[in-house]
Design a protein. Structure first.
Length: 95
């Protein structure tokens, strides 16, 4: 499935964020989600770049393919230890 990037002018995006994230709690939660997405996408990119299928990643770190799928889809939280394992499976430093 090919995803489309939504092109929103930077100023409109900032205005929307300011309206939607009006409370400190909303901004904190948004920052958490951005961090989670950034880390997950970086791990997935490293695996694709190394030509690794999820089943191979799972084998390398001793997890099931279903577990890896849940992690990379965001349905499961990734600990720092698991992030390090996933990064090492693609021979990438997690630091």
């Amino acid at each position: 499935m090919k995803t489309q990037k939504l092109l929103i002018a930077p100023r409109r995006r900032i205005d929307w964020l300011a309206r939607e994230l009006s409370s400190p709690e909303d901004r904190r939660l948004y920052a958490q989600e951005r961090c989670i997405v950034a880390v997950t996408e970086a791990v997935a990119r490293a695996h694709r770049g190394a030509g690794l299928a999820q089943s191979e990643v799972a084998r390398r770190i001793g997890r099931t393919k279903a577990h890896i799928s849940r992690l990379l889809s965001g349905r499961r939280n990734m600990t720092l230890r698991l992030n390090a394992d996933l990064s090492a499976s693609a021979d990438v430093s997690s630091a």
